[in-house]
Design a protein around this ligand. Structure first.
Ligand code: NZQ
Ligand code: ZN
Length: 380
């Protein structure tokens, strides 16, 4: 095992009607709130009206920023931070998917400073303080509700990058699985794939930790059992509950205990597809992961075979494991080749250049330009 630190300060409220505690919890941080949400699902579902009702009844001063896009962009982060600064807010409320929660993490550290949020990503600036924020996730996928990471795109710079700091954990997250009942089938599937991919990235990291391997396998198996059931019955609360719990556990630190790093090379490569073609995050992973395993099977074939055998309960070779994992992603309705996305044009060169520009790499399996080339050809 590798040495590790376990730190997670987010208070998680999980289950039916947990939002009844929202007002009193927000009050612990202040009475001037910036409400941030996405493109419209919260208004359609009635959640926006419900939250506004709670905030108004309890005497909060409210300002808001709606319109955060999937694959969120730095311009929205800066615009929302300006509103928060102008209203001198003392707490932020993120209501939406990972894109909204990630944006709020950067908004929280940008409000107190006099520069744009992107400076945190390149390391030009380091946050020293943050406006506290609370998350209400409406989609099970990223685990953003219980981790410090934020992934944001900057199209002008040609990058989709991640940032995280001990300051960017949510103070509280309220997870009511009922809020995910309206997530459409495709995004439900991408979320299931994303949580499984987070487990894979941990599995292929550095450090042997058998207990953590068992956590990882349990989380994936839970998602493989209930994911397909949920896709056949999108309004089933109990399946939503199981998938939401799995997604949060897949990226809250637990899968990394005893490892010095995960791999994250597939995420890094997938971000280029989201940046260039707005491929939804989970879909980018189901396209790249099978290709990545095929590319590296000469070096990590045993680990791939161990993963497949543990997931499918029978002895499998690396090749058989990859085929079965790919077939599982397909059964969810996820793409496993970029061609499944029907994007016109010659895609190889822009992706290759984006990978070079973004210095795509894994924490364990190192990649050079010749790896980029082979990887892209395996998933095109
Ligand atoms: O914008 P709205 O109208 O809210 O619609 C969203 C969006 O179109 C919709 N949606 C969300 N909740 C809904 C709903 N529709 C109906 N009912 C609901 N209850 O779903 C669409 C996708 O939303 P998005 O927030 O983009 O999805 P997700 O939660 O998968 O987040 C993806 C983003 O998170 C980043 C990804 O790179 C991507 O930018 N990630 C964040 C991570 C983290 N913070 O730890 C780790 C991940 O690996 C990932 O990189
Ligand atoms: Zn992910």
């Amino acid at each position: 095992m590798e040495n590790f630190i376990a730190y997670n300060p987010t208070t998680l409220h999980f289950g039916k009607n947990v939002l009844t505690m929202l007002g009193s919890t927000l009050k612990e941080y202040g009475n001037r709130v910036l409400l941030v949400y996405g493109k419209g699902s919260v208004k359609k579902s009635g959640l926006y009206d419900m939250i506004m009702g709670v905030l108004k009844t309890q005497g909060f001063e409210i300002c808001e920023y709606g319109g955060i896009k999937p694959n969120p962009v730095i311009e929205d982060v800066d615009a929302a931070a300006a509103i928060g600064r102008q209203h001198n807010v003392n707490v932020i409320l993120a209501v939406g998917g990972g894109s909204v929660i990630d944006s709020v993490k950067i908004i929280s550290v940008t409000i107190p400073v006099n520069h744009g949020g992107w400076e945190f990503f390149g390391g030009e600036a380091k946050p020293v303080t943050a406006i506290p924020f609370i998350a209400i996730p409406t989609l099970a996928a990223t685990g953003s509700e219980m981790n410090p990471f934020a992934v944001v795109s900057n199209h002008a710079q040609g990058q989709k990058s991640a940032f995280g700091s001990p300051l960017t954990f949510p103070k509280h997250s309220f997870l009511d699985p009922a809020l995910t009942l309206t997530v459409p089938k495709n995004h439900t599937a991408y979320g299931i794939a994303d949580l499984i991919a987070h487990c894979f990235e941990a599995w292929f990291g550095v450090g042997e930790s058998t207990l953590t391997d068992r956590f990882v396998i349990s989380i994936i198996r839970e998602a493989m059992d209930y994911g397909p059931k949920l896709l056949g019955d999108l309004h089933n609360y109990e399946y939503r509950e199981r998938i939401m719990f799995s997604a949060t556990m897949a990226l809250n630190g637990m899968t990394m205990y005893g490892r010095s790093t995960g791999d994250w090379g597939v995420h890094s490569a997938g971000h280029c597809l989201s940046l260039l073609y707005d491929v939804p995050h989970g879909a980018s992973l189901t396209i790249v992961f099978p290709a990545w395993m095929r590319h590296f099977k000469g070096q990590i074939g045993n680990r791939i075979a161990q993963l497949g055998s543990s997931l499918f309960d029978e002895p499998l070779t690396a090749d058989e494991s990859i085929d079965r994992i790919e077939a599982f992603f397909k059964s969810l309705g996820c793409p496993t080749r970029l061609s499944d996305m029907n994007i016109p044009g010659d895609l190889y060169q822009p992706i290759f250049e984006s990978m070079i520009h973004s210095k795509v790499n894994g924490g364990n399996m190192k990649m050079k330009e010749e790896d980029y080339e082979k990887l892209i050809r395996l998933y095109l």
